[in-house]
Design a binder for this molecule. Structure first.
Ligand code: ADP
Length: 397
């Protein structure tokens, strides 16, 4: 069966059509600037040339219609008709405490996702727009919601509660939820598989280091802690997000700079992290590593600070799980950045890791980077959230 995987943002829509039997990607693409001037669809069918269609795309429903047209086009399409799409799997960001696994979408699920929008005001409404657009353009095709938070729902209370008045949890469900769950689940499972072991017997730390970044502790197949919180702002430094900081800084800067809370929020989400710390140099680790290699001191400091925080989280999760068997790096930086991996791995000797530094230079491949005899296995496991969504969608049908 072919499964259409959709990841819908407020003005964008990413898609992949996956054949669930062979697990091959038949086509993938991106619709950008939906409802904004300059909208376009980029469609990449497997084994054929990429197609770019620049036209007015006023809303997500038109975007989905164009995706279906591209997939069924006689020249650059990969299927004959809509009837060859068996199901749609949607990435949904916030499932709150309601969803600990993927579900088939019906009216009550839509209502729940709507209600959870207060916890993810930027993401859940956008995800819903994608769901409605598919319902309209593909009536009768089953749709599944796969939540970014679901894998982390096994966290114990001691890991997810904040040191805040309990009433805020009762009234507003303020607690840690964690994100990138589909990736943490996929990578921890795959890491165990590569070693020929069962995830249920292992203690695994997954470092998902992309533009957004989070770390999780997966013990005996279940997430017991993760670095993101109520929102994706907590935890590591990220491309443009601050991660953990003293909450008193918020008010301090607002007062000194005459900023509103909304403006400060934008600074913490869009202008902080490695972009902010590098004094605006870049949020892209390729630029930061190049600059550091060329003697730029602030770029080197930014990479050191980033890697130090990753290492501190690894250390705390090794303590939380009372040991660690596997440390897996994934996502754009985790899969590719030698500059970050080598810096983080310098701290891992304490856990008994013996690193082959040459292997850290390999990019984007499944690879064990520790030497035989290493107490902990450090590996790179490229993530594949779309495939994970397709698998979960298939499993529900
Ligand atoms: P997201 O999905 O969160 O947007 P990705 O997982 O695609 O992010 O990661 C994007 C980041 O990966 C970029 O900011 C970039 O810094 C980093 N990255 C990608 N390729 C490389 C590379 N070859 N070397 C170093 N960093 C890389």
């Amino acid at each position: 069966m072919n499964i259409l995987v959709i990841n819908c943002g407020s003005s964008s829509l990413k898609y992949q059509l996956i054949d669930s039997e062979s697990e091959k990607v038949l086509a993938k693409g991106l619709v950008e600037r939906i409802g904004i001037d300059g909208s376009e669809l980029t469609h990449t069918p497997a084994g054929k040339d990429k197609v770019e269609i620049k036209t007015d795309i006023p809303d997500h429903s038109v975007a989905v219609k164009m995706v279906i047209e591209a997939l069924t086009d006689p020249v650059h399409g990969v299927i004959k008709s809509l009837s060859e799409i068996g199901a749609v799997g949607h990435r949904v960001v916030h499932g709150g405490e309601k969803f600990n696994k993927a579900v088939i979408i019906d009216e009550s699920v839509i209502k729940d996702i709507e209600e959870l929008s207060s916890l993810a005001p930027l993401h859940n409404p956008a995800n819903l727009t994608g769901i409605h657009a598919c319902e309209k353009n593909m009536p009768g095709v089953p749709q599944v919601a796969v939540f970014d938070t679901a894998f982390h729902q096994t966290m114990p209370r001691k890991a997810y509660m904040y040191g805040l008045p309990y009433e805020y949890y009762e009234k507003y469900k303020i607690r840690r939820y964690g994100f990138h769950g589909t990736s943490h689940d996929y990578v921890s499972k795959r890491a165990a598989e590569i070693l020929g072991k069962d995830r249920k017997d292992l203690k695994i730390i997954v470092c998902h280091l992309g533009n957004g970044a989070s770390i999780s502790a997966v013990k005996n197949g279940e997430c017991i802690d993760t670095s993101m919180g109520l929102t994706p702002l907590e935890g590591l430094f990220m491309g443009t997000r601050s991660g953990d900081m003293d909450p008193a800084i918020f008010d301090f800067i607002c007062e000194k700079e005459g900023l509103t809370p909304a403006e400060m929020n934008t600074i913490l989400n869009k202008k902080s992290g490695v972009l902010g710390l590098s004094n605006g140099l870049s949020s892209d680790f390729r630029d930061l590593c190049d600059a550091a290699d060329n003697g730029n001191d602030i770029a080197a400091m930014t990479l050191d600070a980033y890697s130090y925080r990753v290492a501190k989280y690894i250390g705390s999760y090794a303590m939380a799980m009372q040991g660690v068997d596997i440390i897996a790096f994934t996502a754009g930086i985790g899969e590719n950045s030698y500059g970050v991996k080598t810096r983080v791995c310098k701290y891992l000797g304490y856990l008994g890791a013996i690193i082959d530094d040459e292997k850290l230079k390999v990019r984007g491949e499944e690879l064990i980077v520790t030497e035989p005899g290493s107490k902990v296995t450090v590996m790179v496991v490229p993530t594949n959230e779309e495939l994970a969504i397709a698998r979960q969608t298939l499993a529900l049908l």
